[in-house]
Design a protein around this ligand. Structure first.
Ligand code: MYR
Length: 282
């Protein structure tokens, strides 16, 4: 493993097998149904979660337990001196601040990195960190690289029902518009760590089309060198349609599918689709 460990939180939704293969440690966030807490991917599967949601059972969410994260770090091999901890946006969760606070509680240096987003774009940053760690970079070099890459990753998403974001209090700049706003399907994105509407659009299809247009402006040619991710919240058909369309438009891009797991699904609701892309330099 060397002296640098990579830690992320569960909202990057990286497959367990990937994390094992690349030595990535995961601090799980939780969903809370009727006072009972379930760590995502540990105590509740994404399928079981959406079954409960579709049955009308609405949870809240919480950041990783500090105690469990300390235990996770204490279990790392003795040679580990530095932990690069890549978290979901500090504007929507206290996870990043907790990672900073860990520095006073453990014997290794915790370098907390705020992805300023979540899900697959966060996973892209984890992959960048793995690449640099495996090439022998220092923790400081990895952090500097992540700062640069964070600016290059694009991500937009559309939800079926804005009520979930509003209920969880994560629709900051749009709060004032609630009412007529709830009837539309805005393209959403992150700005200064917060979720804000990028553009107000009337229908789901048009919103997705608008994101595709932005991709066509941003990705040149056949997509060679680009990573494209299509993320879905319990709507695999929408995801499959989008993946097929991306593969046709950008035949040389690396197109992958991901999912919004329980914690993010709580705030976006079923039916949400996210599209993310960036150009990988390696
Ligand atoms: C917590 O309770 O600490 C977690 C709160 C998570 C809020 C999630 C809000 C939605 C994020 C959407 C990400 C879309 C990325 C493409």
């Amino acid at each position: 493993m060397g002296n640098i460990a990579i830690l992320t939180d569960s909202t990057a939704y990286l497959p367990a097998e990937f994390c094992e293969r690349h030595d990535v440690h995961v601090a799980p966030l939780s969903v809370i149904f009727d006072g009972e807490s379930f760590r995502e991917a540990v105590d509740i599967t994404t399928e079981a979660f959406y079954d409960r949601i579709e049955a009308g059972n609405l949870p809240t969410t919480s950041q990783p337990s500090i105690g469990e994260t300390i235990e996770l770090i204490e279990r790392l091999p003795d040679e580990v001196t530095d932990v690069v901890a890549i978290t979901l946006s500090s504007g929507i969760s206290g996870t990043y601040q907790s990672m900073i606070a860990l520095n006073d509680m453990v014997d290794v240096n915790v370098h907390a990195f705020d992805s300023e987003i979540s899900c697959m774009p966060q996973a892209f940053l984890v992959e960048e960190a793995i690449h640099l760690r495996d090439a022998g970079a220092s923790a400081q070099e990895i952090m500097a690289h992540l700062e640069k890459m964070r600016e290059l990753i694009r991500a937009y998403f559309v939800v079926d029902d804005l009520d979930h974001l509003q209920r969880g209090g994560r629709l900051s700049a749009a709060q004032a518009l609630v009412g007529s706003f709830l009837q539309i399907k805005p393209v959403l994105h992150f700005q200064d760590r917060l979720i804000v509407p990028f553009e107000k659009i009337r229908t789901y299809k048009k919103a997705v089309r608008r994101i595709e247009e932005m991709m066509e402006q941003s990705i040149k040619g056949d997509g060679a060198g680009y990573c494209i991710g299509i993320i879905h919240a319990n709507c695999p058909d929408r995801q499959a349609e989008e993946i097929a369309s991306m593969k046709q438009k950008f035949p040389q891009a690396h197109v992958t599918g991901g999912h919004f797991g329980p914690v993010i699904g709580t705030h976006l609701g079923p039916g949400a689709i996210g599209i993310t892309w960036y150009r990988r330099e390696w």
